[in-house]
Write a protein that binds this ligand. Structure first.
Ligand code: NCD
Ligand code: ZN
Ligand code: ZN
Length: 428
């Protein structure tokens, strides 16, 4: 089986070239003789990137298949240019044992649109009381590489220290949802003027920053790898800079929504804008963009969080936090980082594919576009624009904060090990 991508510009650089893919591997780049049986994708000078890797997605299976399944979430991922996603453990039942993580991994392979790597829970049932069997999950067929209680913070410093120490022997990474729970009781929105005006209990920046600072020190002393989920404040970026300067093995992600949106959205009263951690200020968003550009923040992760209408379209205080992200991520990064000149397309490849693949320890993802490399690829039309419609997205849920917005950057094709998984907005 062979595919030729004709006239693409790898990393958006240089003259268009043809890329020949045979049996899942890139076998030629340049002016390619098209094999007779080959599927041809006319790229017309579009940007060719390594397939995106999402370190943080919620697929809701098992337990909330009314909002997303591994099937529909994989489709959303493929349409968004992703070739691998890490599925968070806060399912029902929780992915805190080998049976669940193996189910998620196998189901992902059956669907076959994207590699679904299950994240294992750090603590049993996400209860924050005792460590889950990390080793059993790491050694299972799912080969779990990332552990997180995401949705909740591993708040107990002793437990977090043990998890970090234990992780070094398994060569896995602990991904922390940084939220000091004592500082966010009843919190609804970013603690500041806007939340105060509406009478919402505030979610202070310090609730995130204090945990990140603590965990960086715990990781440094344990010589362990720590990953910080959804960085949302400029102060967290400062802490990360400090920790990295001191040799801490810490990596961090920022979501597309924290790069673009701010707590100005509170004025809409629309709970589609409620998310954890909350949308912060313009100044935070600006500093997060700068931190992503300079490498203080390593990568973009979606925190794709589908929610049912009855859980989301309610009054603000009752609504669940979270927003869809897989199909809009590339466009938001194009809008906030490429259009502004903060990143070129090679930079986009770094933050959406190469760094997340390294952090998640995936050998066959985030690879260079070169002969002999696995054909995990995303083709992007940088000049095209599209209008977001939640109802038209592949997810079962429709809670996108970008409803009706016109965004730049259209993913026109995605290849997983040479197989075309999505093309021109349709699943293949
Ligand atoms: C996530 C969810 O819905 O599972 N919600 C969110 O607001 N981000 C949990 C999380 O990432 O903390
Ligand atoms: Zn979280
Ligand atoms: Zn999450």
């Amino acid at each position: 089986m062979s595919t030729v991508i004709k006239g693409a510009r790898p990393y958006g650089e240089g003259d268009p070239v043809d890329v020949l893919v045979e049996d899942g591997v890139i076998t030629a780049i340049g002016a390619v003789q098209v094999p007779e049986d080959a599927e041809v994708i006319e790229a017309g000078g579009q940007v060719l990137l390594p397939g995106f890797v999402d370190l943080h997605t919620h697929l809701r299976e098992p337990g909330r298949e009314d909002t997303e399944t591994i099937d529909t979430g994989s489709a959303a991922a493929a349409l968004g240019g992703y070739t691998a996603v890490f599925a968070m453990a806060n399912t029902d039942p929780v992915a805190d044992n080998a049976v669940i993580v193996e189910h998620v991994w196998r189901r992902g392979q059956e669907v076959g649109l994207v590699d679904v790597h299950p994240v294992g829970a750090v603590t049993v049932g996400l209860k924050g009381e005792k460590l889950a069997e990390l080793g059993t999950m790491a050694n299972s067929q799912a080969r779990v590489k990332v552990f997180s209680d995401d949705g909740l913070c591993v708040a107990d410093p002793l437990l977090m220290r043990r998890a970090l120490e234990y992780s070094t022997a398994l060569d896995v990474v602990i991904a922390q949802h940084a939220e000091e729970p004592r500082l966010t009781v009843g919190a609804q929105a970013h603690e500041g003027e806007r939340a105060a005006r509406l009478g919402y209990t505030g979610w202070p920046a310090a609730a995130e920053e204090s945990i990140v600072a603590r965990d960086c020190l715990l990781a440094l002393h344990a010589n362990a790898r720590l990953h910080v989920c959804h960085v949302s404040t400029s102060g967290t970026a400062d802490v990360l800079r400090w920790a990295k300067d001191r040799g801490t093995k810490v990596s961090a992600e920022v979501t597309p929504h924290h790069l673009l949106l701010t707590d100005e959205r509170l004025a809409t009263y629309d709970p589609v804008n409620k998310v954890n951690p909350p949308l912060r200020t313009e100044s935070d968003a600006e500093k997060l963009r700068a931190a992503l550009a300079d490498g203080t923040i390593d990568c973009v992760a979606t925190d794709h969080a589908p929610h049912a209408v009855q859980d989301k379209d309610t009054e603000w205080t009752a609504a669940r936090p979270g927003m869809l992200g897989l199909q809009t991520a590339l466009s938001i990064v194009a809008e906030t980082m490429v259009r502004t000149g903060l990143l070129d397309w090679r930079g986009v490849a770094r933050v959406m594919s190469e760094r997340p693949a390294e952090i998640g320890n995936l050998a066959d993802q985030g690879r260079p576009i070169a002969v002999g490399e696995p054909a995990n690829l995303a083709l992007v039309d940088p000049d095209a624009e599209w209008t977001v419609r939640g109802a038209e997205l592949a997810s079962i849920a429709a809670n996108t904060p970008y409803e009706g917005m016109r965004l730049p950057g259209v993913v026109t094709a995605t290849l997983l090990r040479g197989r075309v998984t999505a093309r021109d907005g349709k699943i293949c």
